[in-house]
Design a protein around this ligand. Sequence first.
Ligand SMILES: [Zn+2]
Length: 66
Amino acid sequence: MQSTNPKTRLVPCPECGALSEFSPSNAFRPFCSERCKMIDLGIWASEGYRIETPIVTDDLDIEDLS
Ligand SMILES: [Zn+2]
């Protein structure tokens, strides 16, 4: 096995089918992008994964106090 192969290996993204680099430079391999990786993991589509974003209202109600 050669560790320094000059030819970049391209693999089809399992999610969208686009060719992407299968190399250490592609952190999302074999996916083409972070988005496709997330989709494949079901993070976008699944109801079981939600990012709760607390609403911070620190500066909203104290404007007229002074
Ligand atoms: Zn993709």
